[in-house]
Design a protein around this ligand. Structure first.
Ligand SMILES: Nc1ncnc2c1ncn2[C@@H]1O[C@H](COP(=O)(O)OP(=O)(O)OP(=O)(O)O)[C@@H](O)[C@H]1O
Ligand SMILES: [Mg+2]
Length: 501
């Protein structure tokens, strides 16, 4: 009986690394292993990952947890998967070999393609069908690019050998046995980021397939976020048959892991990028202020729940850029030490539009800028501007969210690696003028995937049981004058204008 097993497993296939976690019934982490993968930037604006390296890292993480913690397939009631969204893999279903590297969500090579597909130049022309603007961000244009530009793919699509998946589909297919046996499946939260799924009926949309030049036979089946998709191959890395029973894109998984189950519940995740999601219930709410309409989760046969999302492409990755490309710090945490050398930003603003600007601007041709430099500026000011950029971008989203949803957000639940940064979290509370709250379990993304798998296998009973696991860890209370807040935000808005021209 699955419900008698002590643990549940979950894979978090992220933008920078792959992690495997094991949780107990109280949602406490029992064991974890993490392996980073290479970021490839073959041309300006291009970002690629090697899907085979990611598959290997997944296996390495599972092996390390099994060997290190003495856990085996027999003790796992189920397995959940969460993944970096939109990143696109096209592979051969007979051999399992990808036709090219995965095109990562941050990659902007499809900019021209997106402009060409816009009806009368309107990037929001498909909003009613898919809830999204035409953008390099989503999978559909990336699939089209691969079909049109990679040798042999067009033919393989015609013969039915080429298949598409995001990282969830790629991993589920391999873990359930790969060539001949693998299950080709995805969930509504991932399919909802392709621009190919109809946001209302949650099926592949013929009009969108035609617009994007994508053939239906290459697509996975769209399933709910919480049900048994298949079993791990007993001859594979798990060495036994575990039901794979949860699948959510990473930001939706974080919303779920934060137990944002009610209309009006919101969370903001500060990782590679920064993503604010608001639960809007069983009806999609369409945005007039640059937000995305996206499925939040669908539990088995229940109706899907939707979210409004504000997506920020660059947050923690700017800290990594400061570390790796400028060598100003050795570890991400050090940015705070340097930022504390000065009391304020000294008029310096950093707009990190490295992949253009996402929400609420959707300006693919914006580029990164540092504004307000004078002789006075020191490295501390630059460090501050890096952290503040994240908080200012979140304020833009926060405002759009309130306008679109007409819900006043009285607090903000946060998670993700950057919430370790006390200076940023205090500044976030100051610039939003609402308390910022972090739960004890900061691993909400992978926890969301574990929850989905746990519900489907009977490991956890219902939402209220999951809610008992959420406990407040820290709260940051706003402590900034109205005048200072307004002046700082004014400076940011000026910098944004400069980055867009
Ligand atoms: N103390 C810190 N101050 C500022 N930034 C930090 C700090 N600690 C971590 N970060 C940043 O947070 C990010 C890592 O956070 P997290 O592990 O949540 O990322 P992630 O988005 O889940 O990763 P992935 O994209 O692989 O899923 C990195 O970009 C790192 O630079
Ligand atoms: Mg992540």
């Amino acid at each position: 009986m699955e419900e008698n097993k002590p643990y549940i497993g979950a894979i978090d296939q992220g933008t920078t690394s792959t992690r495997f976690f094991v949780f107990d019934r109280k949602a406490t982490v029992v064991a974890m292993h993490q392996v980073e993968h290479r970021q490839m930037y073959p041309r300006p604006g291009w970002v690629e990952h090697d899907p085979v390296e990611i598959l290997d890292n997944t296996r390495k993480s599972v092996r390390a947890v099994f060997d290190g913690a003495g856990i085996s397939a027999r003790s796992l009631a189920g397995l959940g998967i969460t993944n970096q969204r939109e990143t696109t893999v096209v592979w051969n279903r007979k051999t399992g070999r990808p036709y090219c590297n995965a095109i990562v969500w941050q990659d902007i090579r499809t900019d021209d393609l997106c402009r060409k597909m816009a009806v009368e130049g309107d990037m929001w022309c498909f909003k009613d069908r898919v809830g999204l603007p035409l953008s390099t961000y989503f999978s559909g244009p990336k699939i089209r690019w691969i079909i049109e530009n990679v040798d042999g793919v067009k033919k393989a699509v015609e013969s039915g050998e080429a298949v598409f998946g995001n990282m969830d589909t790629w991993l589920i297919w391999w873990l359930t046995g790969g060539p001949e046996k693998g299950v080709l499946a995805t969930d509504v939260t991932n399919a909802g980021r392709t621009m190919l799924m109809n946001i209302r009926d949650l099926c592949w949309d013929e009009t969108m397939l035609a617009a994007m030049g994508v053939t239906r036979s290459m697509l996975p089946e769209i399933r709910s976020s919480s049900e048994v998709y298949g079993y791990t191959d007993k001859d594979g890395v798990f060495g036994g048959e575990i039901p794979i029973a949860g699948d959510l894109g990473d930001q939706q998984a974080a919303l779920f892991g934060q137990t944002c189950f009610r209309v009006g519940d919101a969370k903001n995740t500060y990782g590679t990028g920064c993503f604010l999601l608001l639960n809007t219930g069983e009806q999609p709410v369409y945005s007039n202020f640059g937000l995305l309409t996206t499925p939040a989760y669908k539990i088995g046969n229940s109706l899907a729940v939707y979210a409004l999302e504000g997506s920020i492409a660059i947050a923690g990755s700017l800290v990594q850029w400061i570390r790796d490309n400028l060598g100003m710090i050795r570890s991400s945490g050090e940015i705070e030490t340097i930022a504390r050398e000065v009391p304020d930003n000294g008029g310096v603003y950093f707009v990190p539009a490295f992949s253009g600007l996402f929400a609420p601007h959707w300006q693919s041709d914006a580029s990164g800028i540092i504004a307000g430099l004078t002789h006075y500026a020191k490295r501390g000011h630059l460090a501050r501007s890096v952290l503040e950029a994240c908080a200012f971008q979140a304020r833009e989203i926060f405002e759009a969210m309130e306008k679109d949803s007409r819900v006043r957000l009285n607090e903000l639940k946060v998670d993700g690696g950057m919430t370790e940064n006390d200076l940023l979290m205090q500044f976030q509370a100051d610039i939003l003028d609402v308390p910022v709250i972090r739960p004890e379990n900061m691993e909400t993304t992978v926890l969301g995937a574990a929850y989905a798998a746990g519900l489907a296998t009977g490991f956890w009973k219902d939402f209220s049981e999951l809610e008992t696991h959420w406990r407040k860890d820290r709260t940051w209370i706003p402590d900034m004058s109205k005048e200072t807040r307004a002046a700082l935000y004014e400076g940011w808005k000026k910098a944004i204008v400069k980055s867009c021209c």
